[in-house]
Design a protein around this ligand. Structure first.
Ligand code: AMP
Length: 404
């Protein structure tokens, strides 16, 4: 069986999935796993596509001190115990900078170019690149493909990607990029089969997970995103504030004496739902809580989604459909109901029963615009891109099957 390995490496975890390549380039999810607690309490957990557990084992910290070591442990487990030897590896890489508008086959030159974007995504890019570098060293003949969270947004008009700052900074790369692009690309490619009549229209997609953003799609292409230079902008998230006046950052520096590293840590880890509630970054816990701060956190989240929908509808000059996706968007009927009530002026009217049972189409028959719930699948997108680059030397859609 030929397989493709998909890797999503973060600071303390490496998530991986193995896809079997079946006839005519069909991909079937085969194994899903992760090593988390890297450098603290490393643990490998993996399951088969049907849900059967394949591994749950702890490792001493010395065995898995960092991301490359985790990659080596996961690779050895797949190779030695499951006899899985992938023909290629697809990586999620958060930042492709201004130039990469599609996935790319990795060589040492590509890695050097991607290292230039570490300063644009300091918390993600180094961890994304670490397993790429170690695989290049240990398995130089193994094809690797980088798939970028920014690439899907490279179709934006210049006016959408410029900040009102001197041009020299824009030329250096200080511009609006947008993220969650693999998720939006998956939704854009799924829409023609779910809703052929609106797939070419004006659609807002709300990716509401621990990270959250929204994207304006026109004819399946991104025209605007709520995220910008970094994944801090836009909606409030689990631990990130979303849109914030830069004056707040100046206040933290000048009045609170916070050095840059502390401000960075604060903005990435202490704000958002966690900061607002003082309880948790997890929407399930906030929904279960009766604490007024938990309620305020949810209120702010919903309010900002509504505001940003207005902004994206303005970018699109109208709206033909709204799509919810990711952990909160796919699972929380109450958040969907509250968001939809802020979209009534745009025509959205939910069907409470369809929303409660997480149907694909959750709006009433008479709703001015259809509202959908479409589960995202960024890993499948990466596997498709990787296979397409292997087969054709370019990345385009392949037949695929969602198995989860
Ligand atoms: P993701 O990053 O896409 O995995 O999404 C994670 C977020 O989804 C977390 O805030 C979870 O609390 C939230 N989530 C997952 N399931 C549910 C659920 N049933 N109800 C509310 N929130 C959920």
């Amino acid at each position: 069986m030929e397989t493709i390995l998909v890797v999503n490496a973060g600071s303390s975890s490496v998530k991986f999935q193995v896809y079997a390549i079946e006839g005519e380039g069909t991909l079937r999810r085969h194994i899903k796993g992760q090593i988390d607690g890297i450098g603290s309490r490393p643990r490998l957990r993996a399951s088969a596509a049907g849900g059967d557990a394949l591994a749950d084992r702890a490792y001493p910290i010395e065995t898995v001190p960092d991301v490359p070591a985790a990659m080596a442990v996961a690779g050895a487990w797949l190779r030695d115990e499951l006899r899985v030897t992938p023909i290629a590896v697809g990586h999620r890489v958060v930042h492709g900078g201004p130039d990469y508008a599609k996935p790319v086959l990795i060589d040492h030159g590509v890695v050097s170019r991607l290292e230039r974007f570490v300063s644009l995504a300091p918390l993600h890019q180094p961890h994304n690149l670490a397993p790429i570098r170690s695989l290049l060293t240990n398995f130089p003949a193994l094809p690797q493909v980088a798939c970028f969270d920014t690439a899907f947004h490279r179709t934006h008009d210049a006016v959408a990607d410029h900040y009102a700052i001197p041009h020299q900074l824009h030329a250096e790369g200080v511009r609006r990029y947008g993220f969650h692009g693999l998720s939006y690309e998956y939704i854009a490619r799924t829409l023609p089969s779910v809703a052929p009549d609106i797939a070419k229209g004006r659609v807002i997609v709300a990716h509401l997970g621990s990270g959250a953003s929204m994207c304006a799609l026109k004819d399946g292409r991104s025209v605007e995103s709520t995220m910008g230079f970094t994944a801090l902008d836009g909606l409030p998230m689990g631990t990130r504030p979303g849109q914030i006046d830069p004056g707040v950052v100046l206040y933290l520096i000048s009045e609170k004496g916070m050095p840059a590293a502390k401000v960075q840590d604060f903005l990435y880890r202490e704000c958002g739902l966690k900061g607002l509630s003082g309880i948790s970054n997890d929407m399930r816990e906030l929904e279960a809580s009766t604490d007024p701060h938990a309620r305020l956190a949810i209120d702010c989240f919903v309010y900002r989604i509504g505001l940003n929908a207005g902004m994206l509808a303005a970018a699109l000059q109208g709206l033909d459909a709204f799509v919810f996706t990711a952990g909160i968007g796919e699972n929380s009927s109450s958040i969907r109901a509250r968001v939809a009530s802020r979209l009534e002026w745009l025509g959205a009217v939910l069907d409470a029963g369809e929303n409660a049972r997480h149907a694909r189409l959750i709006s009433e028959a008479g709703s001015g615009i259809p509202v959908y719930v479409i589960p995202t699948d960024e890993e499948l997108m990466i596997a498709q891109h990787t296979l397409a680059l292997l087969m054709n030397g370019q990345s385009h859609n392949t037949r695929s099957e969602r198995v989860s």
